[in-house]
Design a protein around this ligand. Structure first.
Ligand code: DX5
Ligand code: ZN
Length: 228
């Protein structure tokens, strides 16, 4: 299956998290925000790696019909390797696995072999040193700014030095790696994260939790652009 191009690494991207959308009308939710967003962030939770359950490949497959955006699938799963192929077949464009689950090198190469854009995620309390050895093997580094599991949590500013360290390492090595932040991103925190070097902003509540999600996405992008 052909994959959607993610666009140039390092460019500012707004990625709405469908976790905060109405699961009863996901297709209309994603169509609503299409004009002001870049990627679609799909939160997959297995009830084991995180204490919550969400969606899997069949939903990705159904949503594919309604969006031509890059599907950025965030796999909060203890055993993502069992499902990577199913996500790739369902229409995921990129899959991000968590470094905390182990077996990272093998998972990353499995993603690559499936034609997926390759992402690696780290929880707020996971040090940069845990992901640094993999920078040359990935396209995206996701630095969680909340502990994963639920939308609508507060941004953990203590993660910002890690974002800065990641940006410096990526730039110093001339790597084409996106740095994504996820959790508590809103018009106040987006410019902070971008100022530290993040370029992909995941936002659930700040987009789908608002009365006008399309307008909220535009406001978020404008706020991010004010970063120092
Ligand atoms: C957290 C998820 C996030 C979450 C973001 O477990 O990975 O993508 O939905 O939601 P907000 O933006 O509401 O913090
Ligand atoms: Zn996520």
């Amino acid at each position: 299956m052909s994959k959607v191009n993610a666009g140039p690494a390092g460019a500012l991207r707004i990625a709405p998290s469908i976790l905060s959308a109405d699961f009863g009308s996901l297709s209309s939710g994603i169509v609503t925000v299409d004009g002001e967003t870049d990627w679609l962030h799909v939160d997959v939770m297995d009830g084991h790696f995180v204490p919550n359950l969400t969606i899997g490949p069949p939903v990705v497959k159904s949503l594919r019909k309604y969006s031509e955006k890059f599907f950025d699938c965030h796999l909060m799963m203890t055993e993502p390797g069992k499902y990577l192929e199913a996500f790739a077949k369902a229409g995921a464009d990129g899959c991000t696995v968590h470094v905390e689950v182990g077996g990272t090198r093998e998972l990353l190469s499995q993603c690559r072999d499936l034609g997926l854009r390759v992402g690696l995620a780290a929880n707020p309390d996971t040090p940069f040193s845990a992901v640094e050895p993999f920078l040359e093997e990935i396209d995206l580094l996701l630095l969680m700014t909340v502990f994963p599991g639920f939308g609508g949590q507060s941004f953990i500013a203590d993660v910002m030095p890690k974002v800065r360290a990641a940006r410096e390492a990526v730039d110093a090595r001339g790597l084409a790696v996106d740095i994504e932040v996820d959790g508590g991103i809103d018009t106040t925190t987006a410019p902070i994260a971008v100022g530290e070097g993040a370029n992909v902003l995941v936002a659930g509540n700040a987009i789908f939790g608002q009365e006008n999600p399309l307008h909220a996405a535009a406001i978020l992008r404008a706020a991010a652009a004010t970063a120092a």
